[in-house]
Design a protein around this ligand. Structure first.
Ligand SMILES: C[S@@+](CC[C@H](N)C(=O)[O-])C[C@H]1O[C@@H](n2cnc3c(N)ncnc32)[C@H](O)[C@@H]1O
Length: 208
């Protein structure tokens, strides 16, 4: 898996472009900047964007190639981000509880086991009142991939999301937004055309 992503990111182009994901950008614009964690941040388009908006940014990915390109992008944009190469399974030994105002999962497609075993504790990393925001391909995206492989997305439907799955993964969070949407993506070489996504904002209640 890591090798596949290192190879994918070994080209000069940014696979998903250098601009942030549009939903991430829109949602972030409604929050007061604080500290944000971006798991599976890839080549850093979202982490670097957050830093340009005044956020303190922690990001990680399993890919060394991704980190190198993320740090180059940060330098070009004149910002600093703290980017570690770790596996998702190392998240809780890497970041202390109660550290973040927001955690953003943008196309963070993980195997079913990682989602089940590691996502439910993500709210522990948030401060009270903090948010998880997520955009990922929905399980219905498979039919869009069949029509247009250029839209991208994982080849295993178990790595995708549904509204029911989000409710199961984050039972303690207040749902601020949760919907499935057909959208048009134009993100670098990797996401082009019409696809189906789950979009989610969850808020950690005060006192939890
Ligand atoms: C579709 S890309 C999305 C990258 C980035 N979030 C974006 O939107 O541009 C998925 C990313 O998940 C990372 N990833 C997959 N499994 C991982 C794991 N177990 N631990 C850390 N990163 C992982 C990959 O290396 C890849 O960079």
């Amino acid at each position: 898996m890591k090798e596949r992503w290192d190879e994918r990111y070994s080209i000069a182009d940014y696979v998903y472009g250098e601009e942030p994901n549009l939903y991430f950008k829109e949602v972030l614009g409604d929050f007061v900047p604080g500290r944000i964690l971006l798991p599976a941040d890839g080549e850093g388009r979202n982490g670097v964007y957050a830093a340009t908006q005044g956020w303190g940014v922690d990001a990680f990915d399993q890919s060394d190639q991704a980190r190198d390109k993320a740090l180059q992008l940060a330098e070009r944009k004149g910002v600093n981000i703290c980017y570690q190469v770790i596996d998702f399974k190392q998240i809780y030994e890497t970041y202390p509880k109660g550290s973040f105002d927001a955690i953003a999962l943008v196309f963070a497609h993980m195997p079913k086991e990682i989602k089940a075993d590691y996502f439910p504790q993500l709210p522990d990393l948030l401060k009270a009142g903090g948010h998880i925001l997520l955009e990922g391909f929905s399980k219905n995206h498979v039919t869009y991939q069949q029509k247009n492989p250029g839209i991208g997305g994982p080849l295993d439907v178990e790595m995708m999301y549904s509204k029911e799955l989000i409710r199961e993964l984050f039972p303690s969070l207040e749902i601020i937004a949760l919907f499935e949407q057909e959208i048009s993506l134009n993100e670098g070489l990797g996401h082009n055309g019409i696809g189906s996504v789950i979009r989610y904002i969850g808020k950690k209640r005060n006192g939890e």
